[in-house]
Design a protein. Structure first.
Length: 327
């Protein structure tokens, strides 16, 4: 990761950790709990590296207006600690227009890093385990969100924002080769854990939905800005939902003999696999519901294709496994 990005992530983690407690937190405790600092390996070099880094971070937070306080929680503390004055840090009530609220909503979708959220929550958990009182009622609730990491995301989003024509190669799951598409992009939206481009297909003269993971190469924008206008009543998520509901998916699975009886009632047999399992083909317009069903069979069913459904089943089984782990 770039040095500047690491520093920004460390600063956000530090702010979240210090906002989550009313007590003063020592520098040593911050070093142990906030990801990104030089670990304590007992050497003077590591200690000096941490001190320099922490001093720079404190100065930067204060420079950008974060009310970082220094003090001691009780008379028994042997060194100063740090906390953020939450009352001074929080914004007053803000009233936004419809357009401003929409812009903020888009910004929130773009700041969606599961890695960052997990690190910040880990810092709060470590503080609580160390005996630092963490304010549960006013703490920041951080949820891992979808990461805008699709290679095609930035050029598609920029073209939709600037209202410029966009050209890209797109490979459907039932096609061996990608085809060239020319689109007036209306917007980019996240739906069921994936990014989609919605726009007007110039060659087909009709609205179309494109999953960004199926875009190959780098999309290219052309022509002047403001060349078109999306429909006034456009609901990007609704367009994607309707498109996905119409699309039929062919799902190929392997099932152990004598298992998955419910699945076999609406599946087409494809014959035995090399390992003796039965290969089945299922047609569905609701891949997410099918993923739930397939996951319920556990190790008796294995998804061969498409990857969309296989990944969805793996995600569901992973969550179930995590829930079953002892605390």
């Amino acid at each position: 990761m770039h040095v500047a990005a690491k520093r920004a992530e460390r600063l956000v983690n530090l702010v979240i950790a210090l906002l989550g407690t009313r007590q003063y937190v020592s520098a040593a405790r911050i070093r142990d709990t906030v990801p990104g600092y030089e670990p304590d390996d007992g050497t003077e070099r590591a200690d000096e590296a941490f001190k320099r880094m922490f001093e720079r971070d404190k100065a930067e937070l204060r420079e950008i207006g974060v009310p970082l306080e220094t003090g001691r929680t009780s008379a028994f503390d042997t060194e100063d600690g740090y906390r953020i004055a939450r009352a001074e840090y929080e914004l007053p009530e803000i009233t936004l227009t419809g357009e401003e609220a929409a812009a903020v909503g888009l910004a929130l979708r773009l700041w969606q890093s599961a890695q960052l959220a997990g690190a910040a929550q880990s810092a709060l958990v470590k503080l609580r385990a160390a005996g630092i009182e963490v304010d549960q009622t006013r703490g920041i609730q951080i949820q891992p969100r979808l990461d805008a990491g699709e290679p095609a995301f930035e050029p598609c989003y920029a073209a939709a924002r600037d209202r410029r024509e966009l050209a890209f190669d797109y490979r459907r799951p039932d096609a061996e080769q990608a085809s060239r598409r020319r689109v007036q992009p209306w917007g980019v939206v996240a739906w069921h854990g994936r990014w989609y481009l919605v726009g007007h297909d110039l060659d087909r003269q009709a609205p179309r939905v494109f999953r960004l993971s199926r875009v190959t190469g780098t999309p290219r924008a052309s022509g002047p800005e403001g060349a078109f206008q999306p429909p006034a009543d456009l609901d990007l998520a609704a367009v994607v939902a309707r498109q996905e509901a119409r699309e039929e998916h062919l799902v190929v699975v392997r099932a152990r003999p004598g298992t998955a009886i419910g699945l076999r009632r609406h599946a087409e047999p494809l014959g035995p696999a090399d390992d003796g399992d039965d290969r089945l083909q299922v047609r569905t317009t609701e891949p997410w519901a099918l993923a739930d069903e397939l996951a319920s069979y556990g190790p008796d069913v294995l998804v061969e294709a498409p990857r969309l459904v296989r990944d969805a089943v793996v995600a569901r089984l992973t969550r179930l496994a995590a829930m079953a782990e002892p605390a």
